[in-house]
Design a protein around this ligand. Structure first.
Ligand code: GLN
Length: 249
């Protein structure tokens, strides 16, 4: 019997733009190809919280969608903070990256409190940062994606940047060349695209951390059919990376 991994998709109804659902599909598919059994829980406002959580994935959303989920997010904040402190890997894109930080002061003057898992804060700006993006990371090589946000995010405390961008006008805030944030196994980033299909190293970090935490060791299947499929998936990802990296902003 395959070992189960519980994958939680956070607010997919409201927080899922620019292809973020692809992150769920990627984690699910790669888990299967490694010989594990992914069990997907789509968590929306008012739903019961899943009994078991191994990895949490959250997407981006417009300011009004962020407003809609904030009250419920605070109802789940203690669970999420405890899971993060316990090493559960999480990937939060854009709108949920902002709400996993300390606050998001939107451009229309309202302030959305964040749950403070990451030491970042965000201030809305008139100018949006939009375009294809390559960031250089220490842990996952070059991460390739697409950003579209008005919020400018700044890091503080013991939260490190996920990576760095070469040019001004991109990344967390368009000023300090940082992109994203990482604290323990929790990653926040502005990378849509979706990001995980094109960045298998990042996907595999989440998978490996989830599996090791639950079962002690990551033991991918040696089934040759599954291995061949995974190899094919990585080749497709490689081609997608090559194309995306040359796209102008
Ligand atoms: N509404 C937020 C902003 O514009 C997040 C956007 C997003 O998730 N793409 O900064």
């Amino acid at each position: 019997m395959a070992k189960v991994i519980d994958v939680v998709s956070l607010y997919p109804r409201d927080m899922n733009i620019y292809g973020d659902w692809g992150n769920i599909l990627t984690v699910r598919r790669r888990l299967e190809l490694y010989g594990y059994e992914p069990r997907l829980h789509s968590y929306n406002q008012g739903d019961d919280w899943p009994e078991h959580v191994d990895v949490v994935l959250g997407g981006g959303g417009q300011d009004n969608c962020q407003k809609r989920i904030t009250a419920d997010l605070f109802r789940r904040a203690a669970d999420l903070r405890a899971l993060a402190a316990d090493g559960v890997p999480m990937l939060m894109i854009c709108g949920l990256y902002q709400l996993f930080g300390e606050y998001f002061q939107t451009n229309d003057g309202s302030r959305l409190e964040g749950i403070g898992v990451l030491g970042v804060y965000t201030e809305g700006h008139e100018k949006r940062m939009i375009g294809n993006l390559v960031e250089h990371t220490k842990d996952f090589g070059d991460v390739i994606g697409y950003e579209n946000h008005s919020g400018q995010t700044f890091l503080r405390g013991d939260t490190a940047a996920l990576g760095h961008v070469d040019h001004e006008g991109m990344g967390n805030n368009g000023e300090d060349h940082t992109e994203g944030a990482r604290k323990g196994n929790v990653i926040g980033t502005y990378m849509h695209g979706s990001v995980l299909p094109k960045n298998p190293r990042l996907a595999d970090f989440l998978i490996r951390s989830a599996v090791e935490r639950r079962y002690g060791a990551f033991e991918p299947s040696s089934d040759s059919v599954l291995r061949a499929r995974l190899k094919h998936l990585d080749e497709v990802a490689g081609r997608a990376r090559d194309v995306a990296a040359t796209r102008p902003r």
